[in-house]
Design a protein around this ligand. Structure first.
Ligand code: HOZ
Length: 428
């Protein structure tokens, strides 16, 4: 029988580096042939061979309502029939901006862009322009897209493929990025004490989702807030992953911290390319043409993408929506932990909202160093065992998992049945 995935992969590699348009998709970490998908519905994906999978990647986060949700598809079709792009303002952009500001009160003004990378890149520029300072602080293993300043000891594919600090980033740029350990307060205090007046901003994933899933230790985000306020630095929460997922108001609502700027993406595009950065009015007023910090984009606020985002935010805002997915995610995690214990596989797992992490390690990691001790070979074997049984997990031990509102009891049970066999097959 012909294997269409393999045929497509061979063909793709002739014209596209590694056959993919984003590195983790190449399956290099886990081995084997990447799946080429043809369609999706609710919690399911179908690959080029026609095989169906329960999806826990969710396009890396945006598909919180499930794939091809009728309300989102209808909104997109209606918007596309009106216009694909104007390169000029539309009412729907105001509606999306208003919806974002209503759900995240720290965002007083917001600008829409086309990707999370654009959002974080511009937030950094804005923080520098606002403070007149050059130094930025990030945390090892956090990934904030692929802008030069941020590809220093980064997570996600950069970590997966062993280039956490990318080639091609000039040393002159990288030296302005100070990298500290996630969840460690003392080095932060030491840095601020020594160089507080040079620091433009601290950018952080309030829940780290690009070195698998790492929860903030109690006090860590609070310390960031306190130090930034004390030293006049801008606190940037990268909520591209966590926004409208770990709570309706994002991680900032869940942990009760008000950042100065927030970057968004994924859910606010509902599967279409949308990113955003927003926050304090006095900072946002530095953006061109109000102020001297430049940012622009032909497709920023694209009406079709905005329609998908708005429709998704409407669904997410329904009472109980976020809690229901959190409950499903919890059921999944509890089931996996119980089955790993039965199979005697060293394993731990945790979740926050509808994001989850699974770890081939006895205790859930709380730091980058602990993430580095995960048993990657066992993860890879588990990944393939699950794939064979029709469950699609992220093809890397360093990515978080995502559950959607369309994952019901039937999908969770089917996943746990696949996991039972998979865990037994990889038991020591
Ligand atoms: N950087 C994304 C995961 N954290 C992967 C994006 C993609 O491959 O689409």
């Amino acid at each position: 029988m012909s294997n269409r995935n393999e045929e497509l992969f061979l063909r793709a590699q002739k014209r596209i580096p590694a056959g993919v348009n984003s590195p983790v998709r190449a399956f290099r970490a886990v081995g084997g042939t990447p799946l080429f998908f043809e369609r999706a519905s609710g919690p399911h994906l179908w690959d080029a061979n026609g095989k169906r999978y329960i999806d826990y990647v969710g396009s890396w986060g945006p598909m919180v309502a499930g794939h091809t949700h009728p309300a989102v598809v209808e909104a997109v079709q209606a918007a596309a029939a009106r216009a694909l792009s104007f390169g000029a303002p539309t009412e729907s952009e105001i509606e999306l901006a208003e919806a974002i500001c209503a759900l995240m009160p720290s965002i007083e003004m917001v600008r829409l862009v086309s990707s999370g990378t654009e959002a974080t890149m511009t937030a950094i520029r804005l923080a520098r322009g606002f403070t007149g300072r050059d130094t930025i602080v990030k945390f090892e293993g956090c990934y904030h897209g692929h802008a030069d300043s941020l590809l220093v000891k980064a997570g996600s594919g950069a970590l997966t493929f062993g280039h956490p600090s990318s080639a091609g980033v000039p040393e002159d740029i990288a030296r302005h990025t100070v990298v500290l350990d996630y969840n460690e307060i003392e080095p932060l205090e030491t840095l601020f004490a020594a160089r507080g007046s040079e620091i433009a901003c601290v950018i952080v994933e309030p829940v780290a989702g690009n070195m698998n899933l790492i929860l903030p230790r109690p006090g860590f985000l609070e310390a960031l807030r306190e130090l930034c306020t004390k030293h006049g630095a801008v606190l940037v929460f990268d909520e591209v992953m966590t926004g409208f997922r770990v709570a309706l108001g994002g991680a900032q609502a869940r942990y009760g911290i008000r950042p100065d700027l927030t970057t968004l993406g994924k859910v606010i595009g509902g599967g279409m390319p949308v990113g955003a950065f927003g926050g304090r009015r006095d900072i946002m007023q530095k953006i061109a043409p109000l102020g001297p910090v430049y940012q622009a984009g032909t497709l920023s606020g694209n009406p079709v993408a905005v329609a998908a985002g708005l429709a998704t935010l409407k669904l997410v805002s329904q009472p109980g929506f976020v809690q229901r997915i959190e409950d499903s995610t919890r059921a999944l995690i509890d089931g996996l932990i119980a089955q790993a214990a039965q199979a005697k596989v060293p394993f731990s797992a945790q979740c926050v909202g509808s994001m989850f992490g699974i770890y081939f390690r006895d205790v859930a990691p709380a730091s980058f160093a602990e993430v580095m001790t995960l048993d990657r070979d066992r993860f890879n074997a588990f990944f393939h065992a699950m794939l064979e049984r029709g469950v699609y997990l992220a093809p890397s031990a360093f990515e978080a998992g995502f559950v959607s509102a369309s994952h019901g009891i039937a999908e969770i049970e089917a996943t746990l049945a696949a996991a039972r066999e998979s865990l037994q097959s990889i038991a020591p």
